[in-house]
Design a protein around this ligand. Sequence first.
Ligand code: GLY
Length: 579
Amino acid sequence: MQRGFRFKETSCSVFFYQVFLLNFCFLFVSTNLYSQTKINAFQYTSTKQIECKNGAVVSAHPLASKVGLSILQQGGNAIDAAIATQLALAVVYPGAGNIGGGGFMVAHLTNGKNIAIDYREKAPEKATRDMYLDANGNPQMNLSQDGHLAAGVPGTVAGLFASHKYGKLPFDKLIQPAIDLAENGFALTKREAASLNDNKNEFIKLNTSPVAFVKDVAWKLGDTLIQKELANTLKRIRDNGQKGFYAGETARFIVEEMQKNGGLINFEDLEKYTAKERPVDNFMYKGYRIITMPLPSSGGIIMQQMLKMIEQRNISKLKFQTQQSVQLIIEVERRAFADRGEFLGDPDFVKVPVKTLVSHQYLTKRMKDYDPSIAGKSSITKAGLVKESEETTHLSIVDVYGNAVSVTTTLNGGYGSRTVVSGAGFILNNEMDDFSVKPGVPNMYGAIGNEKNAIAPGKRMLSSMTPTIVLKNNKPYLVVGTPGGTTIPTSVFQTIVNVIDFGMNANDAVNKPKFHHQWLPDEVFVERDFDAATKKQLEKMGYKITNRGNIGRTELIMIKNKKIIAVGDKRGEDAAEGY
Ligand code: GLY
């Protein structure tokens, strides 16, 4: 491999790269790929930051970003690239990339239209409000998190087809790279190998048939992961469209899997599933137009609340991660998350006072008791745990035509329910845990809710995913999002504030330490490289500060002076590609 490599025939310069895999096997060239674009699935590099002129893709896995780039180079637009990248992630990043989960897409089209596509999972028709409570009314969180009963009706494939109407290339071209990666295999990164090893026992415990993710000896860097059953499922989708997943053989595999193992999803659930286009959440912040995901994600609303609560307070004067600026952010996060627990749920099922929640009057009132000299307190004492997990995944894409796409997609926990549909080779989500299984009981992210987010047949569980695009003079300026459960809206919020208020470049905005408060538990979670002096000052004020691992894996594209700067988060193997 040639070190210091540059893309030929492009204006793209590579700043950081790292050789991942040196297991020189054979060259993988997708049958339908443009001759210029060769993807070697067994020897590939990861680029953390690129600057280029035409188009860029940033996602959680180098191969997926390369697939997205190849689609852009073939004349596909950002929507095409987003579809192909998601499908590739379903193969090369099985911990969160998926066809058995759900997600959201926010896009700004070159004609000025903003769209939001909701392909969140739904509760099966046989789901009931108290399905995870035992005879004494106690929650059995293992049932909402592990195995077949934890799975909501998957939405991803419906979402891909719903977004495809905005694409340019035929669907078979977009899915072929994923088919090839599943069928021929690809070399595992070190982190992927370790992650599969960490989950081996869960895969064995939660599946009755052998799964591609388990082998006798431990996985290691450079090992080839082949997923034949998944390849066949992807081929059925290629050949039969949405019905290749929600009907026919794939549906039969899903329903058989459910029936054998006590799950609820039936043929009718699959047949009835539809993705939904919704009006974007759209608001101004300091002259920038922010477009983001509306309900059933809580992310857009609470991010809007947080930005609006700091807007009047000149946070840039307080400077990045000083005691004063961190305290202000903690207090707006506390208030926004308190509202999340109280008011938010699927708008198709419950009334949510969105207009009030984001109104100037309401938010001004909300901050009336904010006192910069005193640590706030979440008055309800029930606490949950914020787990460190890299579940969920995000991709940001821009193209040469002026389209921008921001997609966050998820299985919920890492590898979702850890159950693989036998015969179909894909992992099912454990998204049912994002419902409030019992009012006041925290879910796996420590988020609590009430009746608004109670389980009901066909209802979508509340999400935190916050795929976002920031427009400057009505043109894409930032395309941003991240995984991270309840830390998603706070990470996207802090990344935007880092750029707009603290004037950071794209790299710093992503990679500087992040912190998180979610009302309950009443604790501030900080990354390990968070400034020690600021931490001490906050503790002195009375805040409980807890160190934790990475917060999010933010994928950011910034377009500045016609230059595209794409950054993959240092916290993972995230990679940027462009031309
Ligand atoms: N499952 C994570 C979320 O939707 O917020």
